[in-house]
Each structure stands twice: as structure tokens, then as C-alpha cells.
Design a protein around this ligand. Sequence first.
Ligand code: ASP
Length: 299
Amino acid sequence: MSKLALAVHGGAWEIPAEAAAACRAGVGRALARGWEVLERGGAAVEACEQAVLVLEDDPMFDAGVGSHLNRDGCVQLDAILMDGRTLKAGAVAAVERLRNPIHVARLVLERSEHMLLVGPGAEQFAVEMGVSLCNPSELVIAREVERWYQEKHKASAGPPLRARSAGTVGAVALDAAGNLAAATSTGGTGCKYPGRVGDSCLIGCGCYADNRAGAVSATGYGEHIMKVVLAKTVSDLVGAGAEPQAAAEKALATLGERTEGMGGLIVIDKSGRVGAAFTTPNMACAFRTSDSSEAVVRL
Ligand code: ASP
């Protein structure tokens, strides 16, 4: 039986002091849910899905309910789940009527020949799989309407947008059978152009999992992350023998050097070693392995 390992994150930005406790509690709950799955012998894909479901349902984070609004004041969600055993991913992008896009990403992974479905096609697939669509307004919360309004009227008073950013969410896991998986889910960037799709749901950019190397979930400005194919870069470094922590730090240094971008990521290698790094002021994250009886929660 392989060692178990699980890590989750709630986005790498600047987390204001008043939001810190809720972010910490949120990633802790997500870790606990995913860990239960691994402990009862469940698969890494299931653990990642369950952990991300908790974070999508938590309005503290930029995923599912509570996501940032786009330029037109709508929520458009992207999510991906990748299985390191098969290298198959399931992803959805620019969906507006799915409360839990990570669940539909799992359905794409397991019940579709395709890897990425977008917009109305993704929603139609969800319905065919028995998922109910939500009203788009159910995903919108007052904090995000206020943020959107301030962004639209930049001259108004208030702290800069970035200082109040909620984050993209993700999870990576190694199960008892030795399989790795990774998941990432996001509402994307605030006031993004309608139809914009970021790195989060793109295989190799915001997420990657390969049983021969590692599982990675990344966060940060998608237009930077895509340029360096961040998650695959980390997985390749780990596959070539780097320690997960060193690989995470090296890839983020490359992101900074080549794009001037900041970000964060979590990584687990095939032996269950965990790395977590960020070049933003904060990243909420939590991890646990079967080597220790305690979860580690960091901000
Ligand atoms: N990577 C996400 C995007 O650009 C945003 C984030 O991670 O906060 O859509």
C-alpha cells in the first residue's frame, strides 16, 4: 500500500487580515473531507473532487459560489480534474449554471471521450449526466457585486482590488493504490472579458498529474501561468528527480523571470512528498500525509 498524501489550496493573492481565519478554516475543512476519502481507500480523483467541492461551496473562495464577476457582472467558472494514472483530464470552462463545476469535470473525465467542454455544451453535457443547472444568480454574492462595482468605478475610495482578492482553489492527492490526481477550480480574474478562459482548467497550466512524476495545482494570473505551462513544468522537474518543494520554488522563479508574474502552487510527488510555495503575499493551503497524524494549515 502506498503512502497517502493530500494538499489543498485556496488561491495565492493577498489575503486581508479579516479574511485569514475563514480562509484557514476553509482549507482545513476541504483537507478533512479529502482525507476521509483517502483513509477509507478511496481514489485520488475522488479525494481531489471532494476537497474542491468543499471549497467551491465556501463563498470565501473564487470558485463556485462567491466567484469574481466578469466585465458584464456574470460568474463564469472553469474547472479541471486530472487522473495521473491515465493522463486523462476532464474539464469545463466558461460555465454559468453549474454550482459545482468540479463535479462536472469529473463526469467529463470518466464519462466522456473528450477532455474539455465549454459554455453551453458543457452545461448540456451536465444535464445529460443528470446534473441540475442552477440559476446564475445563485453564484453571485454581495461582496463580489461590491468588488465589481468598485473595479468598474476605479476612482471610488477603498483598498485596492488585489488586497481583497479571494482565491482559486485546488487539490492534489496520492492514494493507497499509488495513483496521483490533481484538481483546480476558479471563477477566474475579476472583470475578465466575457468568454475569457484562464490557466486553471487547462491541462499542464493550472493543473497536471502524472503517476510517474507528480500532481500539481497552480494559482495566479492565468495569462502569465499559461506562458510557462506552470503545472507541467513542476511535474517535469519532479519527474527528473527534484524535491517537490524545490521544484515548486524553481518553477515559480521561472514564472517571475519570464513573465513578471506571481503565483502559488501545491505539488505531491509519486512517493507522497509535498511541496507548497507562493510568490504572492499569501496562499491559504493545507496538507497531510500518512507520516503524520496532524494536518498542516498555512496562510
Ligand atoms: N489562475 C486563475 C485565472 O487566471 C486565477 C487565480 O488563480 O487566482 O483564472
